[in-house]
Design a protein around this ligand. Structure first.
Ligand SMILES: *[C@@H]1O[C@H](CO)[C@@H](O)[C@H](O)[C@H]1NC(C)=O
Ligand SMILES: *[C@@H]1O[C@H](CO)[C@@H](O)[C@H](O)[C@H]1NC(C)=O
Ligand SMILES: *[C@@H]1O[C@H](CO)[C@@H](O)[C@H](O)[C@H]1NC(C)=O
Ligand SMILES: *[C@@H]1O[C@H](CO)[C@@H](O)[C@H](O)[C@H]1NC(C)=O
Ligand SMILES: *[C@@H]1O[C@H](CO)[C@@H](O)[C@H](O)[C@H]1NC(C)=O
Ligand SMILES: *[C@@H]1O[C@H](CO)[C@@H](O)[C@H](O)[C@H]1NC(C)=O
Ligand SMILES: *[C@@H]1O[C@H](CO)[C@@H](O)[C@H](O)[C@H]1NC(C)=O
Length: 458
């Protein structure tokens, strides 16, 4: 694996994919393994490697004051590649300042420079009554986001900020529908009244002036990207879908919303936050691939104001099992990662595996090593595990994942004391290594937040 070569191939427009694929066959292609397989034995990761510099809050202004940009099929920062392995910590907006500090401290110590987190708490941050919307800007309300952003900035961590939820956790589309009297889940994406309410919310958040930094959210390079919604679909488990929601419905909404966000925050990247469903019903008769959920990954990625693609990977949640042509969910996961990279290359934009997780917690280490090797090998621009969780700093006994209004599967959490925490660290390091300037052998510190220092560093 020649990571630096891959990185620069991507930036210079050379096709980094080693296997040619035609539009007609890549859906059914069997996994093409080179040096990785589900049964491969991986060397143990030494606990002392990779070397990491001491944590220095407040990285150089040059670093924190520049926006990460799309650059071909990858990202760039200050003219250098910006590959990353990051984390989901959706709950930062709903925990105390101490907890936010502990989270960023531990993530930064792991070398992590990109964190995806919720920028909504509907019914609390915003309350809706018909066409009326009120905002709770108190320090305990939307004002708490100021602290999250300030601390991320201190650590040189960038945020993927998700602005709404398809699911009812923390309100979501269900809350908006309830408060406006609409019936169908997809009314959220089509009814002018609901579109207007959501644009008002987006505008209120993006125009916020951070009380700690004095920087408007929309002008702050701490934001890696604004994300339209967590896992938008035509349907949810709380509200039925109408008879007229198709992938075109969602594409229109994504186009409208992404264009609106760009008009407010032209320097910040915009992405969808979807699970990456394909719309190829004639090729694969399966709900992941046939447009059933109203998402057409390839069409959406082509939209002018969508800067990169997102997909989620849950191989042992029934996504992979039973999929036509793939007996092993394990192999399906690899295929899923490769397929999104292939479409990214076709469209010429980066793709991010922005959620991946494993229900088989005790067994997940072998999955991780397998997928990490593939991810690093084919030049996926970034990935983020689902999801980081940390015990309350005050020692109080709060069950994992048991955040307010959340029903997320607790078994999916990652703790700093998990046996695979060093595996993730190695992956963070490997992804960051792709950012090394070409031919600069004595470059001492690198990584998505400059956390990794080479052996030769003074
Ligand atoms: C979390 O959100 C709930 C409302 O969903 C709110 O009552 C509570 O005060 C919030 N807690 C923090 C620490 O933000
Ligand atoms: C990690 O989190 C714990 C609380 O769970 C905290 O005590 C510790 O200081 C954190 N570590 C760092 C490096 O911030
Ligand atoms: C919602 O608006 C209606 C009509 O303006 C009003 O009568 C009602 O009291 C409002 N409800 C709440 C909870 O504010
Ligand atoms: C959050 O959960 C509480 C307790 O179950 C409930 O009263 C409240 O309505 C929920 N809030 C939202 C926004 O769903
Ligand atoms: C944001 O707040 C700071 C500090 O109060 C102020 O100096 C700055 O002018 C504000 N920015 C805008 C655009 O209002
Ligand atoms: C969408 O479908 C529902 C039935 O599921 C129907 O009542 C509604 O009028 C349709 N809306 C449009 C705009 O066609
Ligand atoms: C890891 O830390 C969590 C949170 O503090 C704790 O609940 C769990 O028991 C710890 N696991 C091990 C194996 O020590």
């Amino acid at each position: 694996m020649v990571k630096a070569v891959l990185a620069f191939a991507a930036l210079t427009g050379l096709a980094p994919l080693t296997s040619a694929s035609s539009a007609s066959d890549y859906w059914r292609r069997q996994p093409q393994r080179r040096d990785v397989s589900p049964t491969a034995t991986f060397a143990p990761v030494p606990s002392t490697s990779p070397t990491v510099s001491p944590i220095v809050p407040n990285p150089s202004p040059n670093y924190v004051d520049s926006f990460v940009k799309p650059c071909g099929e990858a990202f760039s920062l200050n003219g250098q590649p910006f590959y990353f392995a990051g984390a989901n910590a959706y709950w930062l907006m709903n925990q105390t300042n101490d907890w936010v500090d502990a989270a960023f401290g531990n993530l930064s110590a792991q070398g992590i420079g990109v964190v995806r987190t919720w920028f909504f708490n509907n019914g609390y941050y915003n309350t809706v009554n018909g066409t009326e919307q009120a905002f709770n800007d108190s320090p305990e309300g939307i004002g708490h986001l100021d602290y999250v952003v300030k601390r991320a900035r201190d650590y040189g961590i960038r945020l993927i900020a998700t602005l709404a939820n398809n699911w009812p956790d923390f309100g979501g589309t269900h809350y908006y529908l309830q408060q406006t009297g609409y019936q169908y889940h997809d009314d959220f994406f089509t009814q002018p009244e609901l579109i207007q309410l959501y644009k008002e919310y987006i505008s209120h958040i993006l125009n916020r002036n951070n009380t700690f930094t004095g920087i408007l959210f929309k002008d702050d390079p701490t934001f890696f990207a604004w994300e339209l919604m967590n896992e938008p679909r035509c349907l949810s488990y709380t509200d039925i879908k109408s008879q007229n929601c198709t992938t075109a419905t969602m594409t229109n909404w994504i186009d409208d919303m992404s264009t609106y966000i760009k008009s407010l925050a032209p320097n910040t990247m915009v992405t969808v936050g979807d699970e990456g469903w394909f719309n190829e019903p004639s090729l694969v008769d399966n709900w992941l691939y046939d447009g059933f959920n109203g998402i057409d990954f390839e069409t959406n990625l082509q939209l002018e104001n969508i800067d990169f693609g997102t997909f989620h990977t849950y191989p042992d949640h029934g996504w992979g099992a039973g999929t036509t042509g793939y007996d092993l969910s394990f192999e399906w996961g690899e295929q899923w990662i490769r397929q999104h990279r292939t479409v990214g290359a076709k469209v010429g934009k980066p793709v991010v595996n922005e959620e991946y997780g494993f229900a088989q917690r005790t067994d997940r280490m072998s999955y991780e090593q397998y997928y990490y090797a593939v991810t690093e090998d084919i030049g996926i621009a970034g990935d983020l595990f689902w999801s980081f969780w940390i015990a309350p700093p005050d020692g109080s006994p709060i069950a994992e994942g048991n955040s307010a209004n959340s029903t997320y599967t607790p078994g999916l959490n990652y703790y700093t004391n998990d046996t695979d925490w060093p595996i993730i660290r190695q992956h963070v390091y490997n992804m960051a290594q792709q950012n090394l300037p070409k031919g600069q052998a004595d470059f001492s510190c690198f990584g998505a937040n400059n956390m990794f220092c080479s052996e030769t560093a003074a």
